[in-house]
Ligand binder design. Structure first.
Ligand code: ADP
Ligand code: MG
Length: 383
């Protein structure tokens, strides 16, 4: 039985465990939290800090193949451990090295000649000031690494926000010595018409794509995913082609999510499709595939990890005017509903609900992802 290791045991790890379990894998999970969501769905659970390289090495070397849902891993340790024992890392560490750095992502996108918003990289306060002046407002400033759900970002629309950003960035540079190479990415803020994502699964140089997801964010956190997307087919096809080029550019094995912006760089400018960022793993928007496509994103990754062929991916049948929808539940949504159980009650009653998933996290925080709901919606009743 193939031993599959997952570094990180959050909800992505949990749902991957379910897919691996269906295919008979021996599932191992590594996470520092004793009550990590994936613990309940795996065979072996290793509870140790990500920085404990001896434990991480031992964990990796007791697997046949390893993947990750957590991105701030010591890549040298992962590479050395896996090479020494011939353990496959999927996607390869080189992919993660690029996708966890916004600056490296931009270099990759430019190398492939693909579109992204105009940007500059700032390594210190002086370069930041120049970037803010040269690119012109509005802007978004993002830390090179470690950001998620809008964390590590400054939106700069006017001079007050510019001043605040400069002050906070100065503290950021001081707290991050040069040897850690934490820089800031400064990019134009778009007037967004829509946000899209595309997930590609690739094995033995053959890739399959999920249909395009259309995403709505609140406070820079994904709130809702709609499938199929409502944007013109031509835009969706362009996104599919770009995502496929990215997967080839990485010589990907496993899963890659490409997030896109569709919008204008200036009020008079044309609507453009631009790459926002990558994730070399299942993605929150892809949760909708658990009910909406013949294979879920977790099933697709499980098949890559177990070296099983990937079928073509397609939407499941539905009424012509219906679409599938995923809504995220954050801690504040649970509070608004009157708590975990009340939230579950509220959603599971409706006839159009396909899945109410509680990740089983003990501690609820206002902006923490606690669960999701999948449902079928009529176009005209769309939320
Ligand atoms: P992360 O998902 O890692 O937090 P993103 O770069 O995807 O970081 O930003 C989160 C969200 O913030 C995006 O999905 C989008 O809604 C908004 N955002 C980020 N950058 C821009 C931009 N340049 N223009 C407009 N909106 C942006
Ligand atoms: Mg994002």
């Amino acid at each position: 039985m193939r031993r599959v290791g997952i570094i990180g045991g959050g909800q992505l790890g949990l749902m991957l465990c379910e897919s691996l379990g269906k295919l008979g894998a021996h599932i191992r999970v590594y996470d520092p939290q004793p009550n990590a969501p994936a613990r309940r769905a795996c065979h072996d659970f290793e509870c140790a800090p990500f920085s404990d390289l001896a434990s991480l090495t031992r964990f990796v070397q007791e697997c046949d193949v390893v993947t990750y849902e957590f991105e701030s891993i010591d890549l040298n340790a992962l590479e050395e451990a896996s090479l020494a024992k011939g353990v496959h890392v999927v996607p390869a560490t080189a992919v993660l090295a690029t996708t966890r750095s916004r600056v490296a992502e931009r270099e990759f996108i430019e190398r492939l000649g693909l579109p992204c918003a105009p940007f500059r990289v700032a390594h210190n306060s002086k370069e930041l000031k120049t970037a803010l002046d040269k690119l012109g407002l509005p802007l978004v400033v993002k830390t090179d690494r470690g950001g998620y759900d809008g964390k590590g970002q400054w939106v700069v629309r006017h001079d007050d926000e510019k001043k605040k950003c400069e002050e906070e960035a100065s503290a950021f540079f001081q707290a991050n010595p040069a040897d850690q190479k934490q820089s800031l990415l400064v990019e134009r803020r778009l007037e967004l018409t829509a946000e899209l994502s595309c997930i590609v699964a690739r094995r033995k140089k053959q890739s399959v794509c999920f249909p395009i997801f259309e995403n709505e964010h609140e406070q820079q956190i994904l709130a809702l995913t709609r499938l199929p997307a409502t944007l013109p087919k031509q835009v969706q096809n362009e996104a599919l082609a770009i995502a496929q080029k990215c997967a080839e550019g990485f010589d990907l094995e496993g899963l890659l999510t490409v997030e896109f912006f569709f919008g204008r760089l200036s009020p008079e400018g044309p609507e453009q499709l631009l790459i926002n960022e990558f994730a070399p793993r299942p993605h929150n928007s892809g949760h909708v595939t658990r009910c909406a496509t013949n294979l879920s994103q977790f099933d697709a990754l499980a098949r890559c990890l177990l070296d099983l062929p990937l079928p073509n991916l397609h939407l499941l049948p539905r009424e012509p005017d219906q679409h599938f929808e995923m809504i995220n539940a954050l801690g504040k949504d649970w509070e608004a509903a009157g708590g975990r159980n009340a939230w579950r009650e509220q959603h599971c009653r409706a006839a159009n609900v396909l899945e109410v998933y509680d990740y089983g996290k003990e501690e609820s925080r206002p902006l923490r992802k606690m669960g999701h709901v999948l449902r079928v919606m009529d176009r005209n009743t769309s939320s």
